[in-house]
Design a protein around this ligand. Sequence first.
Ligand code: C2E
Ligand code: MG
Ligand code: MG
Length: 714
Amino acid sequence: MAFINKKPFIIILGFLAVLQLALFYYYSLSVTREYRAEKADLASQAIALASSIEEKALIVKGVSSFIQTTGFDAEPVLINQYLRNTYENSGQVLNIAIAPAGVIRYLYPLSGNTEILGKSLMLDPALSTPGLVQETILSRSVTIDGPRTLAQGDYGMIIRQAVYSGNTYQGIVSVSVRISDIAGQVLPANSSGYVTTEQGSFLFGSPVPQDKDQITVPVEIYNQHWLLGTSLSPHKKWELLRGILWIELAFLLISAFTLYVLWHQGRFHRELERVVRIRTQDLHVSKQLFEKLANYDSLTEIPNRRFFMDDLQRRLQCTEPTQTYTLFFFDLNKFKEINDTLGHSTGDEVIKRLAHRLHHSKLSCEMLARTGGDEFVMLFSDMNREHIRDTAASISALISETLLVAGAHLSLSTSIGISLYPEHSENAEELLNYAAMSMNAAKALEDRNYFVFDWALREKLEQKSMISKYLHTALEREEFVLYYQPQIDAGTGAMIGMEALIRWNHPEKGLIGPGAFISAVEDAGLMIQLTDWVLKEVCRQLCEWRAQGMPLLRTSINISNSWFYNRNLIENLLALLEHHRLDTNVLEFEITESTALLEEHYPLLQQMRDCGIVVSIDDFGTKYSSLNYLKHFPVNKIKIDRTFIAGIGVSSIDETIIKSIVYVASQLGYDLIAEGVETPEQAEFLVRHQCPHIQGFLFYPPLPAEEIMKLVAA
Ligand code: C2E
Ligand code: MG
Ligand code: MG
């Protein structure tokens, strides 16, 4: 029965057991009640039987009184007359007899009884049970002899009484009765009643049944002690039992139905439990998987950013007051190039191998996590500055160890940003942000590859974010101004042109250089708008100068890649120049090497050149410095980047590069200018090696428009 929940099952069994007991009790009660009713019936039957016999005994008593009065020797006619009257009034007696001194002398009716006439009661055993006549005489009371087979052949009994005269016995009076006449009144034919002696010998009535459940009542009549008995009718018993059985059946059906429902429910529950168990297991596995996916990086199997941040937050919430932490945030320099050139699967492999290397390094970090593509963080506790420097060096050394991936020997480098708890912040998110900012700052450093966060950096970055926030309004309010840096003929020192350089005249912060906001302009998608403004402003300024009598000098404008996607660029440009009545040769466009490399711009650049606008490559040599490209670029001019100029007198390589550029430019017919010339030695070197034009602080810094006017006038 394991399939049923035991508790209800036991309850049902208990209920059935109690029901059995109750039904049994009810059945016994009903049977007892029936017994009692039956016994009461029987008792009244016994009374009826006794009365019926007593009725016959009264005849005997009547006759006795009569004979006592008349005496046995009275006129026989009188006696016979009396007997006949008595017999006729009595009804249902077999005969009435008078036996003086025990010998039957008077008898009525005679017919059928003649054979007993004249016979002695004491001597003829057919007439009386031996000893009973003596008992009648001695007892002086009525006695009953029988039931027995009478001398006449009937089954009946004889009721006798002795007649005394004083104390002298005179004779006996008797009445014979057929049992059937008595029983017929008391025990109807269909009744199961019977009469036995006290000892159980059957006397008359229905045959005594064999079962034990007999109901008897005593019938005490003169010298006879009988039992009137019957048994509870099996039909009645069956009726009682049937009622019980119906109830039983009904409850059994209900119980069976309940058991079936419980069984079904049990099965359903077991099935449900099984499904729930399987689902719970699945859920557990999914939860574990989810937790792993949620907290661990699937590629490297080290904690991810989320796990790291949660853990860091937890640590910071319950640190000792003296506890310090150092957060190292680093990525791989030029990792994008590995992805682009060797494919993303190689990139993944690189990350995986480096994570493994970091994870198994001897660095005693509290935690290592991968926070993004090629970004990792390491958390250390209690470090001093010296220790920080050594750890940065160890991380760099680990990453720069040559890595053999997909058949390529890769030497990687990293930039590391570092923030300190609690010095820089007590907030996990801020600490990570500061470390990330510091990493970007480290990328711009030349002497080392790590940067420990400082507040100046934050201010710089805040300024940057402020700038991007206010750029729109700055453009609307025309807060931008142009400075102009003169360009010099190397041979004569004459001013041959200028470069327009933008500044932001911030109402609160004063003049801000382009380095602080150009990238933000680009990010904000405002570069086209800004370049258009610069272009218009240069044209307007040139017109103003012209109006003031200043000769027009070619002015170069820095153009970013995005401006080339401006619609109707050439038409608008020509319309603008036309509007200001300016020749195309007063303008020069400085583009970067990367813009020059995009062949899609070539038709436009060619058109510009064809119109007479000079196109130059700015900061030449810093990016994709293959001289081979030069023959493809549709440009007229090259601006040697100031990093090479800074190398004059310091690096023979830089000097050689400058010489090569000068040579190639002259051979290919490109105009050439060196920018960032700060020292006479640099100028002298450039003059010596025939660089035709020079721009730099040695001659002029970028100047406001009025200064340029004064300068030219001078
Ligand atoms: P760039 O086009 O290479 O401009 C030359 C930068 O070098 C200018 O910095 C100039 O002030 C600086 N410079 C000139 N001579 C020397 C020198 O002898 N020594 C040193 N150390 N620096 C010198 P600036 O004005 O800060 O401009 C920085 C960059 O911002 C420019 O580099 C240019 O790429 C960009 N930029 C400036 N104005 C504009 C503009 O209107 N539009 C765009 N798209 N970019 C601009
Ligand atoms: Mg420039
Ligand atoms: Mg430049």
